[in-house]
Design a protein around this ligand. Sequence first.
Ligand code: ATP
Ligand code: MG
Length: 290
Amino acid sequence: MTEEFGFVDQEEAEAPGDEWESLDVSDDEADRIARRQDADFDEFRIRVKDTEQFKVEASVFDDATLAAVYKLVQDGHIGAFGGPVSTGKEANVYEALGHDGEELAVKVYRINASNFHHMREYLQGDPRFEGIGSDKKKVVLAWVRKEFANLRRAKAAGVRVPEPIAVQRNVLVMDLVGHADDRARRLSEVEVENPETAYEVVREYMRRLYSAGLVHGDLSEYNMIIHEGELFVIDLGQAVTVHHPNAREFLERDCENVASFFSRQGLDVTGEELHEYVTRPEPEPSADLE
Ligand SMILES: Nc1ncnc2c1ncn2[C@@H]1O[C@H](COP(=O)(O)OP(=O)(O)OP(=O)(O)O)[C@@H](O)[C@H]1O
Ligand SMILES: [Mg+2]
């Protein structure tokens, strides 16, 4: 696809619905590996703990997180771990390589630093997380799995997102957008040459997401990245279903943020107008009148 910001095909889109995959937040294999501390894991732990990127962020990689990375290596998802792409409050994103040399982004959530109350606000009311309770680790694990499920759902709905690959405990593996030596840029960092086209794409992605039953909930120029003229929506951890009690408020806020960014780019657009577009039911295919 060469056209600037060209849409992805929507052929594979599923019918929207409420049939969410169930998300299990019980202790996973990584917790068991960390507890067992067998010789192979021990060797892996010692080896990686010595490398630069793990030293820098030693607090992120506790034993159970290392065990999650170890499991992802064992399962063939990660071949080599690279340096940080981004270090945030709740999660760090690292570069990695798959076993066939494909470039990956690995998002590692910190269980302890995560803003747990903020997370609960988004999880409560989401039918996928009923009965999750208030255990901090469970909430973070649910969050990571939700991000993975949301990425899948967005992709199926025809929204360009990084391809989700695997999830293990507090670690999410997806395709890297761009390359290690040619990073994708946030929409906030680039000179938007053709704001009309970019706006049309974002608005269409918001509509597709909404039709697939999701509201992003933190959409702005900081959670959209651009690479080679293509726009990707990222950071879907907080995205909620349209049935969430705050879905409307979240959508209105997303629309305000997006419209305000594009007004600053010189477009005559408003949050209300965008909201109207995103939530408008798709017109029936018009009958041929002739
Ligand atoms: N799949 C990806 N490919 C390329 N870059 C990515 C990918 N995922 C995340 N990034 C980079 O990492 C940054 C942080 O990712 P993300 O927004 O998902 O995490 P976050 O927890 O919101 O962190 P922050 O608080 O810094 O926004 C992004 O702005 C982007 O630059
Ligand atoms: Mg973000």
